[in-house]
Design a protein around this ligand. Sequence first.
Ligand code: ZN
Ligand code: FE
Length: 249
Amino acid sequence: MHAATTVSLIPVLSDNYVFVLHGEGPGAVVVDPAVAEPVIAWLEEKGLELEAILHTHHHSDHIGGTPGLLQRWPEAAVIASAADRERIPLQTQGVQGGDQLRLLGRELRVLEVPGHTRHHIAYVVEPEAGGAAELFCGDTLFAGGCGRLFEGTPEQMLSSLGSLAALGPETRVWCAHEYTEGNLRWAAEREPDNAAIRTRLAEVQQLRREGHPTIPSRIGLEQETNLFIRAQDAAALRQLRGHKDLWRG
Ligand code: ZN
Ligand code: FE
């Protein structure tokens, strides 16, 4: 038997989210801590003890809080891409695609999703009976968008998005930035006749006006409204990415 776990999000910096996986016990797992202080305050307020930190990639807005969290919880495991050990030096457990983890009584699976960076990984929390899988995908898939190709190719991103799409429509998508509204405004400009995108944009704008996050998304919703996950081939993805990189909405 294992306790039910939930995911919470902590908004930090201008548009980052830090995610916390926690259950009925005192243990907590934090994903991509950009900063430490708000995360420590959040965990302390809930009486939670940090057991592990998961990193999706090496950018500072995903690993910057780890030294501070380790000062407060020196025993916490730091899990990251073994191939990126030089750029994520505090890792205590290097992982690669296909690895399985067991944290807080839940099974997690590691996926290689290069494109944004060369060693970007994602974590899938396998569903409990009757529940949905939780996906922590860092800066690979965003709600309505995808990460910029800093170190990877359109071919890699296409393949990475394909493996995320294969997780199934109910999978909850916890992406690390609140970029949804801009992504959908861009998509609505590209496909002005796309009713699904227009409808979602209106919903997202309402959420933002009320100060709510638009995360998590679902894979099924992304397959309906995300032009990148719908790209047919690498050339199409390259063209979309280039257009979005230059877009100033
Ligand atoms: Zn990044
Ligand atoms: Fe980021």
